[in-house]
Design a binder for this molecule. Structure first.
Ligand SMILES: *Cc1c(COP(=O)(O)O)cnc(C)c1O
Length: 354
């Protein structure tokens, strides 16, 4: 048997996540991964590296809990928000038996994590307005009692849409005692809408994913959080790796979550929102743009007459965007991360020149 044949069948069949970085490109301007365009400046405080880190760094838990208005017992720190997605599936889905549900077009890691673990994925497409198709979700859940985790992304990546709050609440009511709802709030800081954190008091099966990769400008740190009631957090703690957060990451995350820096984050978010408004306005003036979708995030989804052509033309100029042409219901769409003012201007000029 070859090494490939020895690997698990689901791994043989797996298409790995096409991360923005893996897609390559000789970019000068990177607007494809929803990162913050510049790096904050933190210094390591010189902690010892010969010892293993705390499995769950207490100072980080406490700072994030304070930021989110919760207690440390409501928080688990993970290797990016992505690890939280994986932990939920690992902890609640029996491989080859249970299933997850998610609503395309949405974040790609729900599917990839499920496939890797060997868990089936039910897909219930969003409505034409990029909202939850609640009747279809309910039918799918009723017909497939093996669905243990429902993923919902709000604001949604890649559309930037905010879900109707009442729909999410109805989903939470419907799934009570049936399944876990993982609400992905990776971009919540860019949205005017309220977080669902206060709803944790009402729904023991709700888990909320957060990250330092977006508004906190620390994608390189690989630090994320899942917020839930203590019973659910304890279950996730059973399946997480023994030392998921390296000492340097915990050190910098603790600093990034101090109140003074949270004020800096809020200022930066205001800058991104101003850039977003400018970009949306300029895009709407360009004849090859068919639609600029309403966004509540640090990126804009745009429909062009010929999306792949625009994507390729900018790629060739070293401006790397995210092509969404093949995603469900996103024909000719491209996702553009908000960059610096200079980068935003360069994108507009380049699109005009196509
Ligand atoms: C970026 C992102 C995450 C988490 O990213 P990490 O870098 O792993 O923290 C989670 N969900 C969505 C929808 C994202 O876009």
């Amino acid at each position: 048997m070859t090494i490939t044949q020895l690997s698990r069948q689901n791994v043989q069949a797996l298409t790995p996540y096409q991360s923005a970085r893996k897609l390559g490109g000789n970019g000068a301007i990177w607007l494809n991964a929803n990162e913050y365009p510049t790096s904050p400046d933190f210094q390591l405080s010189g902690k010892d590296l010969n010892r293993y880190p705390e499995p769950q760094p207490q100072a980080v838990l406490e700072n994030y809990a304070a930021y989110a208005g919760l207690k440390a017992e409501n928080v688990i720190v993970t290797r990016g928000g992505d690890e939280g997605i994986e932990l939920a599936i690992k902890a609640f889905c029996q491989p080859e038996q249970d299933a997850i549900l998610f609503c395309p077009p949405t974040y790609g890691m729900y599917a990839v994590s499920a496939e890797t673990i060997g868990v089936q994925a039910f897909k219930v497409n969003q409505t034409a307005e990029f909202q939850l198709d609640l009747p279809a979700i309910k039918t799918t859940l009723e017909q497939n009692t093996n669905i243990k985790v429902v993923f919902v992304c709000n604001p949604n990546n890649p559309t930037g849409t905010l879900l109707n709050r009442q729909d999410v609440l109805e989903l939470l009511e419907f799934t009570r005692n049936r399944a876990i709802v993982v609400l992905d709030e990776a971009y919540i800081e860019f949205s005017q809408a309220d977080t669902f954190v206060p709803e944790l008091a009402n729904f023991p099966h709700l888990a909320i994913i957060r990250t330092l990769s977006k508004a906190f400008a620390l994608a390189g740190l690989r630090c994320g959080f899942t917020l839930a009631n203590p019973e659910l957090i304890q279950i996730l703690n059973k399946v997480i790796a023994p030392y998921p957060i390296p000492v340097p990451s915990a050190d910098l995350a603790e600093q990034a979550l101090r109140p003074a820096n949270i004020e800096v984050v809020k200022q930066r978010v205001q800058g991104i929102l101003a850039g977003r408004a400018w970009l949306a306005e300029e895009l709407a003036k360009i004849p090859s743009v068919e639609q600029v979708f309403d966004t509540h995030s640090n990126y804009i989804l745009v429909k062009f007459q010929d999306g792949p052509k625009v994507f390729k033309a900018l790629w060739d100029k070293g401006i790397i965007l995210r092509d969404q042409h093949k995603a469900v219901n996103l024909t000719n769409c491209v996702r553009i991360t908000i960059g610096t003012d200079e980068e935003n201007r360069a994108v507009i000029e380049a699109i005009k020149a196509v």
